[in-house]
Write a protein that binds this ligand. Structure first.
Ligand SMILES: [Zn+2]
Length: 320
């Protein structure tokens, strides 16, 4: 299934891909379009914080690549928050406790390898768009919405994720969808992320008296006999549909791809979202709303794709 890099990677080398989430730091060695090894830690596994956990994961993958006789040549990192790819810094990531974190500079200094970083939704959108054939100039706008601990979104224009004037494009989860709504980790009330992220669904289910033992997937499955689960899920769908309606009205996308851990809910997510968006956009045809085929690996494969720019730069430098 994972072959999207082969067409663009005629001289495949091994790269380290890292997908930083609020719950887990997932890492992989990617070679020739395939994930050949994995390493992961809980985000705050290291007492010194998320950045030190990322270094642990990279160090383990570098050791693995050395043992395999194919040393990794670059590092690609997908991060949440306000990510500035040019400087390699994350200006703000509330789930990680970062304020102006020099991620690329620190990894370059520690491992002496070139480093590319970008927003996790934009990196994942690169991979999801490529796998869905939406990375060509003639395909029209597409939107990728990964739903996990948080929620973000990326608008693909001619296959390229929009960055925005200040690097903050993609913070879809902090769009206010419920006036006077519940408090979000960002300090605002009524954010989409507080209602429809996997983290928000679990928190709201437990706050409403649901079982503390259930995972988000179990909450989704429990709806038939658990009124609290059904209500929390319905409110998550309504919040998500409000966000998708706004994005559709504004950009008229050809396709909306849902990804991240919550996309494993499949039709339980897809069918009511289509129905709710259809009700609020009755004046126009709906865009195609699908589950991304890449699943939770989109972020990792996108992080690997980010390193293409590093290799293009170094090849250009070799030629001059
Ligand atoms: Zn928020």
């Amino acid at each position: 299934m994972i072959t999207l890099l082969e067409s663009v990677d005629v001289r495949p080398s091994t790269v380290i891909a890292v997908d930083v989430g609020g719950t887990m730091v997932k890492g992989a060695l990617v070679r020739g379009g395939a994930i050949v090894a994995r390493a992961e830690r809980s985000t705050f596994h290291h007492a010194a914080g998320a950045m030190s956990t990322i270094e642990l994961v990279v160090d383990e993958l570098l050791f693995t690549s050395d043992m395999a006789g194919s040393r990794a040549t670059s590092i690609g990192v997908a991060c949440p928050g306000s990510v500035h790819a040019g400087s390699g810094r994350v200006r703000n990531a509330v789930n990680l406790g970062w304020e102006d974190e020099p991620v690329a500079e620190r990894l370059r200094a520690t491992f002496s390898l070139p480093v590319a970083i970008d927003h996790d939704a934009r990196a994942a959108a690169l991979a999801a768009g490529a796998s869905a054939g939406l990375d060509r100039p003639d395909t029209g706008p597409a939107v990728f919405i990964p739903i996990g601990t948080g929620i973000s979104a990326s608008l693909l224009l001619d296959g390229v994720p929009l960055t925005g004037a200040s690097g903050r494009a993609g913070e879809f989860g902090h769009m206010r969808v419920v006036p006077q709504g519940e408090l979000c980790a960002c300090g605002q009330h009524g954010c989409l992320e507080a209602y429809a992220s996997a983290g928000g669904i679990g928190r709201r289910y437990r706050a409403a008296g649901g079982s503390a033992l259930l995972t988000t997937e179990q909450i989704v499955s429990a709806r038939a006999h658990d009124a609290v689960a059904q209500r929390v899920w319905d409110e998550a769908i309504d919040a998500l549909a409000t966000g998708i309606t706004a994005v559709t009205a504004l950009f008229d996308p050809l396709c909306i791809l849902l990804g991240g851990g919550l996309s494993r809910a499949g039709d339980a997510l897809l069918l009511p979202v289509r129905e709710a968006v259809g009700r609020s956009l009755a004046w126009r045809p709906l865009p195609s709303i699908q589950i991304s085929a890449l699943g939770p690996d989109a972020g990792l494969l996108g992080a690997a794709l980010l390193t293409r720019a590093l290799r293009t730069t170094s090849q250009n430098q070799e030629m001059t």
